[in-house]
Design a protein around this ligand. Sequence first.
Ligand SMILES: Nc1nc2c(ncn2[C@@H]2O[C@H](COP(=O)(O)OP(=O)(O)OP(=O)(O)O)[C@@H](O)[C@H]2O)c(=O)[nH]1
Length: 798
Amino acid sequence: MFCTMFPYLSWQGTDLGTGVRMLRFVRKFSVNVFKSSSLCNERVYFSKTKMRLVSVTWQDCSLRKYSSPPGDIKSLHSVINPHISRIRNIGIMAHIDAGKTTTTERMLYYSGYIRTLGDVDDGDTVTDFMVQERERGITIQSAAVTFDWKDYRINLIDTPGHVDFTVEVERCLRVLDGAVAVFDASAGVEAQTLTVWRQADKHQIPRICFLNKMDKTRASFTYAVESIEQKLKTKPLLLQLPIGEAKTFRGLVDVVTKEQIVWKSTSDLDDGKNFERKLLLEADDPNLFQEVHDARNTLIEQVADLDDEFAELVLGEYSENLDLIPADKLQSAIRRVTLAQKAVPVLCGSALKNKGVQPLLDAVTMYLPAPNERSYDFLQWYKDDLCALAFKVLHDKCRGPLVFIRIYSGSLKPQSAVYNINKNCTERMSRLLLPFADQQIEIPSLMPGNIALAVGLKRSATGDTIVSSKASAAAAARQAGRDAGGEKRSSSDIESLLLAGVEIPDPVFFCTIEPPSVAKQQDLDNALSCLQREDPSLKVKIDPDTGQTILCGMGELHIEIIHDRIKREYGIETYLGPLQIAYRETILNAAQATDTLDKTVGDKRHFVTAELEVRPRLGEKAMTKPVIKYAASVIEVLPKELQGAIENGVMNSCIQGPLLGFPVQDIDVTVQSLTVHPDTSHTMLSACVSRCMQKALKKAGIQVLEPLMNLEITVSEDHLSVALADLAQRRGSIQEIQSRQDNRVVVAAVPLAEMMGYSTVLRSLTSGSATFTLELASYQALNSQEQSALLQRRMGLV
Ligand SMILES: Nc1nc2c(ncn2[C@@H]2O[C@H](COP(=O)(O)OP(=O)(O)OP(=O)(O)O)[C@@H](O)[C@H]2O)c(=O)[nH]1
């Protein structure tokens, strides 16, 4: 599907003149296949596609710095690989429906990369290109697009807002240098904003806040800013003030320069390209003038508090009159505090009404960091050698997997071999493409800081680290090992230092999936392995008892979308079993067990006697990996190579607990004694340890744990009581009821088992007016009654 949606143009490295001519061609005719009449069936897609050739004048090209004459190598190079200080890798993140896709669409439009404005509600935006995204009006996959704004190259990633796709957000954050957090100005900080904000904190990503939807009836700049300050515990720097609010919103004032930016046209058809920018004078609006004057002084004070260099200016040269502080000095200081993540610039606008997006783009280039202004720990071990991260995979029927790559150091060239550390394999890359808006342009090389699409990598998956060769990976590992304290760190610790991967939380839902006939099983397996490479939060396993394929996902919507994609993209009509909860198991007491394996295979005798102890682990954070220790008498004589086999045996027994077959968490395991005959294979040793573990776990008494979810419902006062009554029946415990403008926000903890089909129920209870988000909080123990009821259900007794 991708090749029909993203036509690409190419040139080969040596013929640069042709390359430039090709670029001119790219600019002249932007092929927009998104206005296709058919978005549904991939196989008929091509024949039904109406290619729309949009003429772009040569003047347009020159504005976008593509005007260099054929053969000008320097400028061609800057088109492909701009100077690193001119690159911005940014993400757009927010709560569901805050307006990320609409804002991205406007950015592409104003930068000249699309000729018509797409609309989420009409299902024709560039970044929401999956059929399911267009139908549902939500972002499911992150989309990476490249465009130029003024003199800057912006690689932008539009991330999903729905909580089921949080992993997608997390893995994108890994490759971003900065982010724009979009808010609905009438709602302020919402549940999912908090989650993505925490994720961005974890990856230390400098941010800008954009208060979108300033045109909405209940939009309130003050309310949204207060909620940012209180809920996100951050220091908002107000760089703009709105002119008007809700219906009267028509522009903004740049607090730094004191310029007013006003969109004169009130027509919904106006594309917002034309606006007036001029100094705000007292005579224009005395109240607003005073407000801006006060806001600028507050901003200066805030920044001076956070930045010593600026404080010196304020206290010295300009102490008599803060009005005289030049805008560029203030901007530089704002940039420094933003990069240091001491504060967050706040801007506002209405993406839908085409207001405020151009100043937002200016702020992105002005205040967010270039790749060389960020520090990445793992880079110190690669120096100038290649280090890149595969952060997204798309399957294209014509060209195979397309892998989005962010390059951190070294360089990448097409037709070259690279080494994938995670997969421990060497792969050949055939082509490199830049994802310019809705086209792809083939490039001859990729330099640090940039993002591109690699064609030909058959095994690389989302989250893999790519380097130049196995030797380079080994050298980096040696260096990392030395820096990390040599022998004291295990090899897996060192590996994790080298890998720039993403932590994937365990899925909370699962169900069986069956093809329409046995003959289609192989096709289904292929489809699932492709989807898994794209989406590491999707897990697929085989039920050891029934042999059925099990699909495990992050939520109802996640599984629904996967089911739909298998049908539409791979043409397989599958049947899903009922959705089930992924419980966990843990132990109640400490216990010991002994096991002996004595087997002769051929002329070899495999003999193991193991004695293990298991104990409940009392940590704050749930741990699915058991902590394995060895008694002193064992570790003294245990050959290192047997350790791996023992640990495999322990891990395997924890994948399926002894009571219901769910993963076992929070246990400590001690190998008390071990006797191994020299001929014993590692597989036999693992098998014996695994069996011994199962015995010990059973003796220790099993407790089933269920996923407990954080629930946040936004509901009107009228429907509050009915929503609360319903929650009480779902074993929900209400933690807080907050006010959000005219609405109430109920914060509660509810077992996931009680939330099946909740969206339909809530919709009917509140006439569709309430919204909710659900996020995994922890695992809690079932009481004995609930546990035995669950056991009976699982055994088919009730
Ligand atoms: N009034 C108003 N509506 C807006 C504005 N921006 C977006 N919308 C509407 O809000 C809805 C959600 O917009 P999207 O751009 O899809 O939001 P999103 O954050 O990308 O949504 P997800 O990807 O599903 O999380 C759509 O109906 C938009 O038309 C705005 O500035 N004002």
